[in-house]
Write a protein that binds this ligand. Structure first.
Ligand code: NAP
Length: 284
């Protein structure tokens, strides 16, 4: 087997180049520059890093950004008021609330307060409902990044057995819905799944979305499977034992440089779509 590396770094740069060019064109036509507003509640150091990466990414493509920093003790009502203001601001195209929020915050209520037309991170209940119904919306960034990787390399999930391991609302669950939209036969696994290795052994496409280092072992992988590893764990390892599993695969995402770099580029892309007043094109 000669596995093909799904190069998320390269595709991500290609997407950013397209965005950069479109923003330059908008500038030359005196059109408004798209802007992403990021809300960070509290002082979580990892969140600080993620937010600064997103702001840096905005600058790298010439996109506007606004960072709203709220204190650790912010209440849900105070956060909702900030979101309402951004929803009403005609110069803000996308709103991102950095997860996780401090424990006193009703994070679901806060996510769901984001107007659908500004939900470029694809976190609202409404956008999940729409994606599940096959209706245009913005998509959660990491799953959509994986879909774009499949498309870039001409991998059509139609009729294939896809196994998604992990069912979080931002990752595993929407990825299962997107693969269903793309006509795969999908099995969504989680911590109560029985005989996981046997289920993974039947997969043509395996998605690692567990958050446990190298949890999906190489000897679970069927020869020729496509491996998409969304996991990012300490020590720069994913959720799939990729160093060994890749030799059994047909295509695989490395960690780092696979799924990870796609996430922020998709966020920028959907912010641009919002400025252009359309949703993300259907995945099918
Ligand atoms: P999460 O919310 O902790 O969800 C983990 C999921 O894995 C849950 O659905 C859980 O099942 C399932 N799980 C846990 N133990 C399992 C087991 N023994 N067998 C089968 N399933 C099991 O994690 P997440 O936010 O989705 O993130 C997952 C990984 O993706 C992490 O490594 C994270 O860093 C990475 N990630 C990367 C990006 C990116 O930009 N590349 C974005 C988001 C996340 P239950 O539902 O039954 O508890």
């Amino acid at each position: 087997m000669n596995p093909v590396l799904l190069d998320g770094k390269k595709l991500s740069e290609k997407i950013r180049e397209t965005i950069r060019t479109e923003i330059e064109e908008r500038k030359s036509k005196n059109l408004r520059i798209p802007k992403l507003a990021t809300i960070l509640v509290g002082n979580n150091p990892a969140s600080e890093t993620y937010v600064s990466m997103k702001i840096k990414a905005c600058h790298s493509v010439g996109m506007g950004s606004e960072m709203i920093r709220l204190p650790e003790e912010t209440s849900t009502e105070q956060l909702l008021a900030v979101i309402d203001k951004l929803n009403a601001d005609p110069n803000t195209d996308g709103i991102l609330l950095q997860h996780p929020s401090p424990p006193q915050i009703d994070e679901r209520a806060a996510f769901d307060r984001i107007a659908l037309r500004k939900d470029v991170d694809g976190v609202t209940t409404l956008s999940f409902g729409k994606l599940s119904m096959g209706v245009e919306t913005y998509l959660p960034c990491t799953p959509y990044g994986m879909v774009l990787l499949l498309k870039e390399y001409g991998i059509d999930p139609a009729g294939k057995n896809a196994v998604v391991v992990g069912r979080s609302p931002i990752l595993g669950k929407p990825m299962a819905m997107l693969l269903t939209e793309m006509n795969a036969t999908v099995t969504l696994c989680h911590s109560k799944t029985r005989n996981l290795p046997e289920i993974v052994r039947k997969a043509d496409i395996v998605v690692g979305a567990v958050g446990k280092p190298e949890f999906i072992q190489a000897d679970w992988i069927a020869p020729g499977a496509v491996l998409l590893d969304a996991g990012y764990n300490p020590g720069n390892v994913g959720d799939i034992e990729i160093s060994k599993a890749k030799d059994r695969s047909s295509y695989y995402t490395p960690v780092p440089g696979g799924v990870g770099p796609m996430t922020i580029s998709v966020l920028l892309l959907q912010t641009l779509y919002s400025a252009k007043e359309h949703f993300t094109p259907p995945v099918r």
